[in-house]
Ligand binder design. Sequence first.
Ligand SMILES: Nc1ncnc2c1ncn2[C@@H]1O[C@H](COP(=O)(O)OP(=O)(O)OP(=O)(O)O)[C@@H](O)[C@H]1O
Ligand SMILES: [Mg+2]
Length: 209
Amino acid sequence: MVPWRRANGTIGGIVIFTEDITERKQTENALKEMEAHKREFYRRTILASTDGKLLITEKQEIAETAGPALARWEISSKDTAGEAIASIQQLIRETGMEEQSGYDFRGCVTEAVTNVLKHGKCGSISLHRVEDRLIGVIEDAGPGIEALALPDVALTKNYSTAGTLGMGYKMMIHFADRVYLATGPEGTTVAVEMSIRRSAPWQEDASSH
Ligand SMILES: Nc1ncnc2c1ncn2[C@@H]1O[C@H](COP(=O)(O)OP(=O)(O)OP(=O)(O)O)[C@@H](O)[C@H]1O
Ligand SMILES: [Mg+2]
């Protein structure tokens, strides 16, 4: 809006200019939709190629799935990480989790914590129980994993940007019942889920006789 002035300089009215931005808005919305579609395609492809084990998700969804924490630890060094893992080991035992599952679960949590120290510097771990499952949530405010690297992180053996083995995620996907991953420039949140009783039905039958 601009004032309209008479020849003598006094304001005689207002001139209003309007611009139709419908097309621009439509293009913006189409781009947003394409981006969301691409992310969903990624998410489903990674979920399917990991036999439903690795779920690319959002931090908020992980928080909702895990619910309130049984305990929480800050991790800023190998020492604080080691102390947290020792406490977790004790809590795993107290739940009565089957020994092999407990060992695998601790291994997955340790790997995610090692990733925090190696790639994200410092963060935290929290332990949650949802019905008959334990969920370890490991988060950091590091640089995150680039979206385009996610298929390699999930599936390609020896993929590492740190020059190490590059088997951490493959190991977690193999041993945990499920792995949730939310990552972006604001940080990474990983959750590893393990049933407290994980023996296969035929093993349960055998052990009950
Ligand atoms: N918390 C994280 N923050 C940022 N990047 C990460 C994080 N965790 C993993 N990454 C990225 O994902 C890649 C793969 O992780 P993964 O744990 O599978 O292998 P690695 O840590 O490089 O090696 P390894 O675990 O075998 O010693 C890493 O090289 C790194 O680029
Ligand atoms: Mg690793």
